[in-house]
Write a protein that binds this ligand. Structure first.
Ligand SMILES: Cc1cc2nc3c(=O)[nH]c(=O)nc-3n(C[C@H](O)[C@H](O)[C@H](O)COP(=O)(O)O)c2cc1C
Length: 256
């Protein structure tokens, strides 16, 4: 047996290889981290613009995002607040008992579990000083996963400008059709509230355009009744009294 085949030597080479590989992997993770963070931030901005129907292909997302004002809303009072910790992230806050509340099972129709006290909202100011677009983060459980997205409203804080999800684990072709541009195209122009109550929901099947209720209805996803129900539920929750309803009322009254 040559000395290169000795057990000691094989172990030494294997150990050295492990060290080299782990150094390469950890260096790559550290070096790529800022690029990953930048991509995540760009993706969030793209989704916000897309939900508001403002995303223009071929134009820098960062450039387009300059018209968007990022603000914080205390969901308990329905008022804007600046009293947020540095680098505040609503999703992370919803897991922190100091920054969130436990949602009681009987009111938790969207199955959020915990709800952050402060929400990050996005606004586009109009020429008259009011808001042309109000873009609100929403999330809730579908069939297999929590769907995270944005619901954008027009200046009346009632008419839908658009809806889009940036993260979910529903089945492609079934619940995953929430990402289908044709389905997303059904949302603009729909209304959330009727006489103060959240009325907007998905139907099982198609909306009858001649129905008096058509403005508050969107086609359900074919073969995905459970995901569709999840989307209806998350809208009912986030647009309701435990969600953004107090804030939207204040905003309409110029009191936020
Ligand atoms: C592999 C598999 C994946 C499914 N994925 C979904 C899904 O993502 N969303 C959903 O609502 N239903 C999904 N379903 C169907 C549900 O189990 C259920 O049958 C359906 O929601 C009922 O909808 P329908 O009444 O429109 O047929 C899936 C079923 C199978 C077998």
């Amino acid at each position: 047996m040559s000395s290169n085949d000795s057990i000691g030597k094989i172990l030494k080479v294997a150990f050295a290889l492990c060290i080299v590989c782990s150094v390469i992997v950890s260096t790559a993770a550290v070096v790529l981290k800022p690029a990953q963070e930048a991509n995540k931030s760009l993706d969030r901005k793209r989704n916000i613009l897309q939900a508001a129907g403002m995303l223009e292909p071929g134009v820098s997302v960062d450039e387009q995002f300059k018209v968007i004002e990022e603000r914080y809303v205390d969901l308990r009072s329905g008022q804007f607040t600046d009293d947020v910790p540095e680098g505040y992230e609503q999703r992370a806050a919803s897991k922190d008992p100091a920054l969130s509340r436990d949602v009681a099972t009987d009111e938790d129709i969207a199955k959020v579990g915990r709800q952050a006290n402060i929400a990050q909202v996005y606004l586009v100011r109009g020429d008259d000083g009011g808001y042309d677009k109000i873009i609100l983060p929403v999330h809730g459980y579908g069939l297999w996963s929590t769907l995270y997205g944005f619901l954008a409203l027009e200046s009346d804080a009632n008419t839908v400008a658009g809806l889009g999800f940036y993260e979910h684990g529903e089945t492609p072709g079934l619940g995953g059709e929430v990402d289908n541009p044709r389905w997303k195209g059904l949302w603009p122009g729909k209304k959330v509230y009727r006489d103060g109550d959240v009325e907007l929901r998905l139907l099982k099947g198609s909306v009858d355009p001649t129905s008096a209720n058509a403005e508050w209805q969107v086609d359900g996803l074919a073969g995905a009744t459970l995901t569709s129900r999840g989307v209806s539920n998350l809208i009912t929750f986030w647009m309701g009294e435990d969600g953004f309803a107090p804030f939207l009322t204040n905003l309409r009254n110029g009191d936020a």
